[in-house]
Design a protein around this ligand. Structure first.
Ligand code: ZN
Length: 221
C-alpha cells in the first residue's frame, strides 16, 4: 500500500490521512470528514443476529484509515482512530438499552498476528470493553486451515467459512460479536451461528465498517 511519507514518518504532528492537510488533532480534516458516510441501519438483519451495528461504510477515507490501522500496521493509529470515532454514547444508543453478558472477538488468523505483530480486532474489543464494562470472553477459536477469502467469489466465501470456528459453551449468554470490517458477512454469520449452537441466547454484531455492496446473508435465502 502506498502511503505519503509524511504520514509514514510520524502521525504527530498530524496530517489528514485523506488529503494530507496539516490538522491540529485527530486523523482527518473537517472537510474530508464531511464526506464520510456513517451509521448504516439494518432492520432485522438475519434470524441469527438480532442487532447489526456498523459505524461506517468501508470506502474512501475510512477504508484508508482502516488499512493503515490493520495492514500498515499501526496500533498507535488504531488507538487515535478508535478514540475519535467509537464513543460510549454511540455504543449505548446502538445497543438500544439491552444488556449483554460478554464481548466475543472474531479470532484472527494466526499467520496475520505473526505478520503484523498485533490483532486489531482484539484492540477494538478491548476498547469497547473499557467503554462499556462488558467483559471480553474469547469463546471462539479457529479450526484448521482456511483459504484466503480475498481470492474467492461470494458463494465460495460462504462455503469456505463453514466449520471454521469452534466455540466454548456460552449457554444463555447475550453476546456482542466484534469484528473490524465486514465484507460479505459470511465470517461473522458463521461465528454467530457457532455461538448459537453452543448455547448463546442472543447475538449482536458490532463492526467498525462494512462494504455494503458486498454484504450477503446467504442463509437468509
Ligand atoms: Zn483532508
Amino acid at each position: 500500500m502506498k502511503l505519503p511519507s509524511a504520514i509514514l514518518n510520524s502521525f504527530f504532528p498530524l496530517f489528514c490521512i485523506n488529503c494530507e492537510k496539516i490538522i491540529s488533532e485527530g486523523w482527518i480534516c473537517e472537510s474530508c470528514y464531511q464526506s464520510v458516510r456513517k451509521d448504516i441501519n439494518f432492520t432485522d438483519p438475519h434470524p441469527s443476529i438480532q442487532l447489526l451495528i456498523v459505524k461506517f461504510h468501508y470506502e474512501g477515507a475510512i477504508r484508508r484509515a482502516i488499512e493503515i490501522w490493520k495492514y500498515y500496521p499501526s496500533p498507535k493509529f488504531g488507538k487515535l482512530f478508535l478514540k475519535s470515532e467509537i464513543q460510549k454514547d454511540w455504543i449505548d444508543a446502538s445497543l438500544k438499552g439491552e444488556s449483554y453478558d460478554c464481548i466475543v472477538p472474531i479470532p484472527p488468523h494466526r499467520s496475520h498476528v505473526r505478520e503484523r505483530g498485533f490483532d486489531p480486532i482484539e484492540q477494538l474489543s478491548k476498547f469497547i470493553s473499557n467503554l462499556t464494562q462488558i467483559p471480553i470472553q474469547k469463546a471462539l477459536k479457529r479450526t484448521g486451515i482456511q483459504k484466503p477469502q480475498t481470492q474467492l467469489n461470494d458463494y465460495q466465501r460462504y462455503q469456505n467459512v463453514i466449520g471454521i470456528f469452534q466455540s466454548k459453551q456460552v449457554v444463555k449468554k447475550k453476546i456482542i460479536v466484534v469484528d473490524d470490517v465486514m465484507t460479505t458477512g459470511s465470517t461473522i454469520l458463521e461465528a454467530s451461528e457457532t455461538l448459537i449452537k453452543n448455547g448463546a441466547e442472543k447475538i449482536a454484531v458490532m463492526a467498525v465498517a462494512a462494504a455494503l455492496s458486498k454484504l450477503r446473508w446467504f442463509k437468509n435465502g
